[in-house]
Design a protein around this ligand. Structure first.
Ligand code: URA
Length: 249
């Protein structure tokens, strides 16, 4: 007898293909009719065929579907690359750095053209949602080179919250890394993802960010990944991200 949870694992073939991010359900139906889809090695041309995800193996054009199902990478985005798919002006995008990946991945959140550092790209909606949902408050850590020497009082303002046109920023963690005669280098951790947020916070102090590098998102660190390169998220990183509980700053 089928248990309730067993029943829940049954989905139609058409739905499984579209949920895997391959295309719309209409497209999925067409591919199935064209004989491009196999269940357990047999071509199945009925879009409404039941598939048991715990047992059946689906292939599309001979490739296992599971292989395409969930893919998450961490890219060290250099400056000068956009996080959009196509640029009308023809500037390079992060997709130029990930051409070997044949599955469509979306960048999770933005990094400005002039910002470098850690960018997650995924087709896993759970991962994307976890990082971008404002309720999650997943901390993001940046290294900033400010265009002036910042006083302790200015750093305290960054910690306490800066009034920006879209509201007061949440408390931030700020550490002075070093000063030169002209510049201050700080590490700043914010738990929001507003557009150009760190740059606008520094600008509110009367300075600007000469260099901005994102080095961490929650439990994910850029580590020794070379600039312009990517790697898969490990199973441990994915588990840590999904279990991540934000600590009060
Ligand atoms: N804050 C910014 O100002 N820019 C980024 O790219 C990311 C965070």
């Amino acid at each position: 007898m089928k248990t309730r949870s067993h029943k829940r694992a049954l989905k139609t073939l058409e739905r499984i293909l579209s949920k895997a991010g391959l295309g719309s359900r209409t497209e999925a139906r067409r591919w199935i009719h064209q004989g491009r889809v196999q269940i357990n090695g047999t071509v199945v041309q009925h879009p409404d065929a039941w598939v048991d995800l715990t047992r059946d193996r689906v292939r599309f054009d001979g490739r296992p579907l599971e292989a395409r199902e969930r893919l998450s990478i961490l890219l060290y985005k250099p400056t000068g690359y956009l996080t959009t798919y196509r640029d009308p002006e023809g500037r390079p995008t992060v997709y130029d750095l990930t051409t070997s990946i044949k599955t469509f991945l979306s960048p999770v959140g933005r990094l400005d053209l002039d910002t470098s550092g850690l960018l997650v790209m995924t087709n896993d909606t759970q991962i994307a949602e976890r990082i971008t949902n404002p309720e999650s408050h997943v901390p993001k850590t940046y290294l900033v080179k400010a265009s002036t020497v910042l006083t302790d009082e200015q750093l305290q303002r960054l910690r306490d919250g800066i009034p920006l046109r879209d509201g007061l920023t949440r408390p931030a963690t700020v550490t002075r890394l070093r000063d030169s005669s002209k510049y201050t280098h700080v590490e700043i951790t914010v738990t929001e993802g507003r557009n150009r947020q760190v740059r606008r916070m520094i600008e509110a102090l009367g300075a600007h960010a000469l260099k901005l590098v994102r080095v961490q998102i929650g439990p994910l660190r850029i580590g020794t990944l070379p600039i312009g390169k990517w790697r898969h998220l490990t199973d441990e990183e994915i588990a840590a991200l999904l279990q991540f509980r934000s600590m009060p700053l």
